[in-house]
Design a binder for this molecule. Structure first.
Ligand code: SF4
Length: 286
């Protein structure tokens, strides 16, 4: 298993928890808007940043400080030994949140039946008719449909989410997503962000007004759909964290300005963790 990086603290990745995020390299899709080519393109993937033993040792030391572990990618479900890693993580007492593109329903079922997941965030790349184009040509729609139904019936917390980007997403397409996912527990739209290092080219983000129009297209079917909090303006985000984690802010003696610095530093570390060139990766982790 290629553990490509570890973000030691995050207040934003695991809803309601102070968590760490583990990045696993490798992905079966090639979404043109993907801003993690260093975790996706084989010629960009560097040797592992740490072993499973080192990761588990870190988690052992952080018991009582961290409240959960996010496992993200790339696409974590590509690893046959993922259940074994998550068994070891849950044995340490951590609930696990999985980020997935939904293309491996068999692994999703295995992890859920083993009681190894407490939260799943799953990508919905686009409306069915545009799915293949939006994931770079991969034919995964039927697998994703299967994963959607598994999550609907899993009895755990989950969210679906769509990264929207011009010219791939339209109001008509968003309406079709809404009809598909109707009744889902949670659905988020997040705006594309051009980091300058993407898997594809020729893409741009939506304006705030356009984003609201896309949201309006899904809300008749998904009334609880929201624009992702991580894409709201920074001021809102900081107030959200301050409200959701008063005990954390109190114990760390974080005023609002200090919290703003903490969040910016955390985000910067996260971006560095997943932008990784070889040298950068050697700095990650411990
Ligand atoms: S956006 Fe996610 S699913 Fe798509 S290529 Fe990147 S890591 Fe893979």
């Amino acid at each position: 298993m290629d553990i490509a990086g570890l973000q030691k603290n995050t207040l934003l990745d695991y809803p309601g928890k102070i968590a760490c995020t583990v990045f696993l390299a490798g992905c079966n899709l090639r979404c043109p808007f993907c801003h993690n080519p260093a975790l996706v393109l084989p010629n960009r993937i560097a040797p592992p940043a740490m072993t499973q033993g080192e990761l588990l040792s870190f988690l052992g030391k952080r018991r009582g400080l961290l409240e959960g572990v996010c496992v993200t990618g790339g696409e974590p479900t590509l690893y046959r030994d993922l259940p074994r890693l998550l068994e070891a993580v849950t044995a340490l007492g951590y609930p696990v949140k999985l980020d997935t593109n939904g293309s491996n329903p068999q692994m999703l079922r295995e992890l859920l039946s083993g009681g190894l997941l407490s939260y799943v965030a799953m990508d919905i790349k686009n409306a069915p008719e545009s799915y293949r184009e939006t994931c770079g040509g991969a034919d995964v729609l039927e697998k994703v449909r299967e994963s959607v139904e598994i999550l609907r019936n899993a009895g755990i917390d989950y969210e679906f989410r769509t990264t929207v980007v011009k010219p791939l997403h339209t109001a008509e397409g968003m309406k079709a997503i809404g009809q598909w996912l109707s009744g889902a527990k949670a659905y988020f739209i997040q705006n594309f962000r051009d980091t300058g290092d993407l898997v594809g080219q020729g893409l741009s983000s939506f304006s705030e007004e356009e984003l609201k129009q896309l949201l309006s297209a899904v809300q008749p079917y998904l009334p609880n759909a929201r624009i992702s909090p991580s894409m709201q303006n920074e001021k809102q985000e900081i107030h959200t964290v301050f409200r959701c984690f008063p005990f954390f802010c109190l114990t760390k003696n974080l005023s609002l300005p200090a919290l703003a610095d903490f969040i910016r530093a955390s985000r910067k570390r996260s971006e560095e963790n997943v932008s990784g060139d070889q040298a950068g990766r050697q700095d990650r982790g411990f």
